[in-house]
Design a protein around this ligand. Sequence first.
Ligand SMILES: O=C(O)CCC(=O)C(=O)O
Ligand SMILES: [Fe+2]
Length: 352
Amino acid sequence: MEEVDQAFIQNPENRPKLSITQAEGIPVINLSPIIHNTVQDSSAIQALVKEISSACKEWGFFQVTNHGVPPTLRLKMEEASKMFFAQSLEDKKKITTDDTGLPGYHDTEHTKNVRDWKEVFDFLSNDPTLVPLNSDEHDDQVTYWTNPSPQYPPHFKVILKEYIKEMEKLAFTLLELIALSLGVEAKRFEEFFIKDQTSFLRLNHYPPCPYPHLALGAGPHKDSGALTILAQDEVGGLEVKRKTDQQWVLVKPTPDAYIINVGDVIQVWSNDAYESVEHRAIVSTEKERFSIPFFLFPGYDAEVKPFEELINEQNPSKYRPYKWGKFLVHRKDSNIKKQDVENLQIYHYKLP
Ligand SMILES: O=C(O)CCC(=O)C(=O)O
Ligand SMILES: [Fe+2]
């Protein structure tokens, strides 16, 4: 029996049941009316907007097909990810810039203070990415994060950049649909990302785990940004907390589809019309698993608060404003190092 490393052990209430209900209910939305809009078919787009609205309200998650991302590019990205992680730990650790968390290779991430059974490689959309120097609200100093230059696998950086461009394109399309579904202008979200978005792509590798009933690949969490676009492989392991009964349900892999979820930032912008839903990744004793999330994050200077046009006397603002960059830097510190205090969450900004 291998020794159990206590750092990975989830609290009893968070340990996964490994006999699982598959989520048949997660909506699959066909984006072809908007991706291949040769004719301006506004009724088809209206129908799409309705589907997105229901999915965001009922699940906080949906899958998209006919999303316009070339399957060959996805395959190239997935293959490059496998080749990267297949290297020795020593070689991978060469691609770690420091221990601030971004970007490069890491294998010590904690979700809510329990270590995840995974290794990751992070790569920024913008190189360099401007960020606050620290999380102190009264300090205006900025610094920047830059991407590493891995030498292996061949063309890794080119593939990462090309793939990220496609993720951004899809993310902006989805943001427009989400904006329309909330009843605000289609381009309402754009200003928060155009200049200094802090988005990044993450390659996740979950190796086989000798105690999958005790540990998790990614502990239960909500994504803190605006939107996440996830490619999961055929192994599967993503579980979503179903809103109707709070049960964990497995998201069945759909070949070529992307899994989309709204993050905390959209929850705040929408004044809780859409909620960022909790999810986690389970691991298995036999199979390794790969997933590739793209996290769409606003510019560091973006102020996150409910949209004016969505609040009124009957529906007052539920949050006090916060600066995205400060939140990001604060979270980054607590995700890498185990801390005694709970990490920063949007409910800390909730108005009474
Ligand atoms: O690998 C997965 O399926 C989920 C990963 C995830 O939720 C995350 O990296 O934020
Ligand atoms: Fe996540």
